[in-house]
Each structure stands twice: as C-alpha cells, then as structure tokens.
Design a protein. Structure first.
Length: 235
C-alpha cells in the first residue's frame, strides 16, 4: 500500500469515528424533546384536573348560595300559608312552594354530582402527581447524562478534527483539497472502504477491472456512484 493510500485509509478511520460521534450528538435534541413532551403532557393533565376541581368548587359555592335563596323563598311561602284563608290562594301558594323546591332539587342534584366528580378527581390526583414526579426525575437524570455525554463527544470530535487536520496536511495539495471538498459534501465521509467488491458508502459494485486495481493498492480510486475516494482495507 502506498503512503497516499495509507493516509487516506487513516482519514477514513478518523472520519468514521467522527460520523459515529456526530450521529450520537444529533440524537440528543430528539431525546430531550421526546421526554420534555411527555413531561409537559403530564403537567397539562395535572393542571387540567386541578383547574376542573377549582372550577367545580367555585360553581358549588354559587349553587349553595342559590339553594339558600330558594330555602328563604320556601320559608316565606310557608308563612304566607298560615295567613291564607282562601282555598285557591292556598293551592296557589303550595304550587309556588313546589316549583321552588323543584328548582332547588335540580341545583342540589348538580351539587351532589359535582361533589362526586371532585372526589374521583381527588382520588386520581396522587397517581397523576407521582407520574409527573417520576417523569421529572427521569428528565433530570437523562438531561444530566446527555450534557455529560455531549461534553465527552465534543472533546473526542475536537481531538479527531486535530488528527484529521494533521493527517490531511501530509497529503499533496491537490489530494488534500479534493479530500476536504468531498468530506464537506459527503456527510463527513470523503473516503470509503471497498467492501465485498462494492463502495462501502453508496454500495455501488465496482467493475472487475476497478476491483483488480483496488487489490493492487497502488493508486487511489474514485467511486463512480458517490465520488468518494475508494481504498481497499489493509489485509
């Protein structure tokens, strides 16, 4: 294998390591976003439950006031009954009392229904609160882990960049320039290994003559599919 091929193979190995680390870093935002969405959803569920309970309690206070007002009306009508001497007037007042009591019963039914719903919400709230606490704890652990991992990966990438720069500097100017252009335009991979008779990046099969040329390891080849440099791995 010529010195030029050795240098390109070294660059291939550096690039592969960099791509792996960059891919790991690229997953971090989605990992954060996914857990943050779950936490936000759990918070919304708990907030909605609390808001529903608060609104229901507020509505019950209004209903209690209206029920109390109906009770006052009933007592007033009952006093009127004591002074009524006419049968028709007596029946009319009784009708009024029945109507007020019917309205009161409707409100009291709503109060009982709201109390029942509030009790159910109060029963489910601890589980929902604990679920949120678990997610928040999971989030703190994951975010701490991702932050530490990001520091490590960025440090390793910086070291790989330094190695790449040093290795590429040993190439002739033309090869180095083409290598840098390819690396930028080919998702960080300017060099591909020849694997199973094909380009290890785009998987285009090499013609027999090109494959034979690669086996001689005497000169650098280019892939007709992706344009990358091709190197047959050292034996």
């Amino acid at each position: 294998m010529t010195d030029e091929l050795r240098l390109h193979w070294a660059l291939h190995e550096i690039d592969e390591q960099s791509v792996v680390r960059e891919a790991a870093l690229a997953k971090h935002p989605e990992q954060r976003k996914s857990l943050e969405a779950r936490i936000a959803s759990a918070r919304q569920v708990l907030a909605a439950l609390d808001a529903r309970s608060a609104d229901s309690a507020k509505r019950r206070r209004v209903l209690d006031g209206e029920i109390a007002a109906f009770d006052v009306q009933v007592k007033r009508f009952e006093k009127q009954l004591e002074a009524v001497t006419d049968q028709k007037q007596f029946e009319a007042v009784q009708h009024e009392i029945a109507a007020v009591r019917a309205k009161r019963d409707v409100l009291e039914t709503e109060v009982l229904e709201r109390l029942d719903a509030e009790e159910k919400d109060a029963g489910t709230r601890p589980d929902k609160a604990h679920a949120l606490e678990r997610l928040e704890a999971e989030g703190r652990l994951l975010f701490t882990k991702l932050d530490a991992e990001a520091v490590t990966l960025k440090g390793e990438l910086a070291a790989l960049d330094a190695r790449r720069t040093e290795t590429a500097a040993r190439l002739d100017a033309g090869s180095r320039s083409r290598y840098e252009r390819l690396r930028v335009g080919r998702a960080g991979r300017a060099v591909a290994a020849v694997l199973n008779g094909a380009c290890g990046a785009c998987f285009l099969a090499l013609p027999p003559a090109a494959l034979q040329e690669a086996r001689r390891r005497e000169r650098l080849l280019g892939c007709d599919g992706c344009g990358r440099f091709l190197v047959l791995p050292p034996e």
